[in-house]
Structures are given as C-alpha cells and as structure tokens.
Design a protein around this ligand. Sequence first.
Ligand code: PBG
Length: 327
Amino acid sequence: MSFPEHRPRRLRRTPAVRRLARETHLVPSQLVLPMFVREGITEPSPIGSMPGIVQHSLDSLRRAAAEAAEERIGGVMLFGVPETRDAVGSGADDPNGILNRATEAVVAEVGDALVVQTDLCLDEFTDHGHCGVLRADGSVDNDATLERYTAMGLAQARAGSAMLGLSGMMDGQVGAVREALDAEGFTDTLILAYSAKYAGAFYGPFREAVDSQLKGDRRSYQLDPGNGREGVREALLDVEEGADVVMVKPALPYLDVLADVRASVDVPVWAYQVSGEYAMVEAAAAHGWIDRRGAILESLLGIRRAGADAILTYWAVEAARWLRAEL
Ligand code: PBG
C-alpha cells in the first residue's frame, strides 16, 4: 500500500527537521530601526499611536542607538522633528538643524557598528507638511524640490550619514542627489531609494510621530495603491539613476510588489514595515486579541520570504533579542 505517494509532512515532523528544512531566515543584521529625534526636549516624549516608541531627545537618542548597536542590528534610520518650520524646509540642510546634529551625535556614539541612515525628505521641515516645495497654486514643484534635496543630501553626508534614505518620491531625485554627492567627493555615501512608496492610510501614526503639518494628501507624488507594475518601473529607474538599494513601502499590503521588484533588479531590496503596521499589531496585542511576539516575527519572516533583504521595523531591537535567544 503506497498511497499517498507524496508525503511532504515528513519535512515537518520534528522541530529539528523543521529547522533544517526552513527556507527563509531572519537575523538581527537584516533589521534597521527607525528613530525620531525632536528638537528642544530634554526627556523622551511618548508617541500615543505608537506605544513603546518615543520622540527622542539628543541624549536619549544617543543612548538608544548605543543599545541598538549592542544588539548588532543592521542600522538605524533617523528622522528629525524640528522646533520651527518654513515653506522650503530650511532646517533640513542647516548643519545645525536637528537631524544633522543628531546624525553627528549618533555617528560619534556608534561609529561603524551600525549603518547610520537619514531620511532625506522635506516633509518634517516644511510648514505645509509636503515632501517638496510648492508653486503659487499649491502644487508640488518637482524640479525646484530636487535643488532642496541635493542641499539636504550634502548636509547629511557632511554630518556623517552613511546612507541617505530618499523618501520624497520626486522624479529624478536619485540621479540629482548622486550627482551632487559625487561632485563634492562623497562617492562612498550610499543611496537608499524609497522607490515604490505607496500613498495611503498606513503612515497615520508616523504623522503624529513627526508632528506633521500636512493638510491634504500625497497622491500626486506617492504611488497609487492599485499599481504594481508602476512600482517595478520606479525601482528600475532608481537603479539606473544610481540607487544602491531600493525599497518597497509599506510592507505587508505590498508583498506582491516586493516580490516583483526582487525579481526585476540586481541590487538589494528592502521593505519598510511602517507605523500603521506597527500600530495594528500593538493595538490587537494590547487587547489580548493576538499573540504579539508570534505576529511580529511572522510578519517579519513573511516580508523576508517575499523578497526583502532587510527590513526597516520599529521592532528591530526587540526582535533582534528574540532571534538571538532562539539560536
Ligand atoms: C517621509 C516619510 C514618511 C514615512 C517615512 N518617510 C511619511 C509619509 O510619506 O507620509 C512613513 C514611515 C511610517 O509610517 O512608519 N519623510
């Protein structure tokens, strides 16, 4: 009696066989921690919609970065929350702006133990909250914004950022920033292109985290959630313009795009598990409706399986501890 002929369950019978048969692995070096630093505060300030996450003071940021380095995660991505804002986001390329000062402080603290990365976008620094500068009619001016991005990129490189995270979704932003960096001798500064960044509801808690001034939406520059091919096209263009790494964002609702981008480019592909994804799991777990640790690790593994080489996640340090304990 040879029925059933195929018995795939053999590979699932014991923990040892399952461990050996597992296709996808998650390790701390594949995790990047996004961090917020707020100008003018001396104590960390909690973010209501992101329980467990804070806006850091310069001091607490430095300490938290050192802790992240001890867990040997892959890197940190810094976001600045300035005290004052204006129409062109002057704080973004001011060497004394909060993000640039924070970058210097973190690099001084952790050196090369982490890849110190910075968000390159104007939205935290503009009084209207858009990712670029506006024309008189209120629309976002792509090419004028590129000039602001090159200035911001140079300021971040001078502050010691190892990798610039271009998250503004302007056309030509990767090429413009790459050219400016190279012209000033920053040929080693990496560019992470947020290539397929979708407009939608999952950035809600982040807007609280950076005290966003945005009134409307970003649908004239971020991608339409219905468009997968367009995400691949954006990634291909960014590689052509010199991106070292391309990214898909958010992660879980866009795993198909992630897999397609992975199959289409030969540079590393990362994913950003965004604030709304974080908040959903934290809220359900707080109600006792979901196994928090299980849901976090399963979502990270799923994002890896779909094609992400690394993941930006607010759980980076905690997940790294769990992963190490499992070894
Ligand atoms: C833009 C930027 C945003 C996020 C990262 N970079 C906000 C936006 O596009 O509205 C969102 C990250 C998150 O939701 O966790 N500077």
